[in-house]
Ligand binder design. Sequence first.
Ligand code: CU
Length: 531
Amino acid sequence: MEAANVHVHGAHDAAHGHGHHPTGLMRWVTTTNHKDIGTMYLWFSFAMFMVGGAMALIIRAELFQPGLQYVSPEFFNQMITLHGLIMVFGAIMPAFVGFANWMIPMMIGAPDMAFARMNNWSFWLLPPAGILLTASMFVTGGAAGTGWTLYPPLSVQMGMGMDMAIFAVHILGMSSIMGSINIITTILNMRAPGMTLMRLPMFCWTWLVTAYLLIAVMPVLAGAVTMILTDRHFGTSFFNAAGGGDPVMFQHIFWFFGHPEVYIIALPAFGVISHVIPAFARKPIFGYTSMVYAIASIALISFIVWAHHMYVVGMPVAGQLYFMYATMLIAVPTGVKVFNWVATMWRGSMTFETPMLFAIGFLFLFTIGGFTGLVLSMTSVDVQLQDTYYVVAHFHYVMVAGALYSAFAGVYYWLPKWTGHMYDETLGKWHFWLSFISFNAAFFPQHFLGLAGMPRRIPDYALQFTDFNQVSTYGAFVFGLSQLLFLYVVLKTIRGGEKAADKPWEGATGLEWTLPSPPPHHSFEEPPILK
Ligand code: CU
């Protein structure tokens, strides 16, 4: 079958200069191959990571000293908004969809994703959305300066940049929903014989649940921004108190999307970690079944905790108590997962190559982010810390040391499989240690700043906050520059290097170790149908 295609391709090429399989740029535009699409997702994600990272460095440069140095307060607010939107929707989410495209079909023994053409469209919706978001800086009035949460009334009053952000959110939502339909259909219908649901590799489980979360909450976000749009242009008053509406309603709708969104990002990250740790501990994952139930519980509870983002809007004490206890409940399944990862490492034959370093860095720092989340879940504490740098420190431990470290672990772990080459282990370790130290330098002091009362999203600050801000800015710049090293390592691996062994991590592919019982005859990593 494959050989026949290649023959037709070759003959056609010779005659007309093009064939059924386009080459060059058109290959990437028209591809329906899950690996090509996975690769494009990952590169798009990295490009957006660079753009969003540059914005973060503008923010940190301005905060190096009190007073206004480099940018206007308006531009500072725009950087805050775009950094958040671009990192969440442009960098982290597409990175894990890239992993899903690459790995899920191979892990379950399917020849490709269920809807290969829709998969192409899911990806190609992203670049226009990324361009819309980034370009909104350059229109009259600039980008939305509301923060990524787009709260009214400010978001109703902003200039055209806000319309561009709304349109971008709609496009990104369509892409996510189509991607989710594809993932659910692929996992539920295209597993190789013998691959029952309770044998599903953990990464597939996390994505299956994440895909349901996405389908549930992306339309909610779309509804919220559409109401903003009609309030802006079509005379409605959904969020305008003078017209009978309620601005607080937006916060409820936004966070009904926004809290599950945290787990849309975190669950696939958990999935990657659940492959890396068993492979480098050379033990099957501890507590497979409890892992599956923990993933499902986290997803379900994530729908009923949203107002912990809104303790100060003036809700009744009963409401505050409910959301506090419900939020604390999430620590239980999350604790199960952390316990299982540690138990997997317990008495394993551990080695510490770069993927494992990032996985352990994830475990350590994500847990700190989880604990500060527990601190913030307490209403009485949150009232003090709301809108301070403590919150910024908290969610960067979750998003950067959690999701991003997991993505790095996944890239280093699967790079030999993707490229056929081993990456440079020495440089990988440099990338890890530089990232680990500079990340903590950038974000740990922000806990102290928040506890001391420094508000977030403000370009200026009182003199006593200077020292910690300077440490934070140094850390941020080193962290940003370290990622150029990552880019270099990846490019070097793609271009050549030591040939990767079939099973590069000393016999363990990672896949069989995620199953609760001995693996079936073939490991599902190489679908028999393509051999
Ligand atoms: Cu939340």
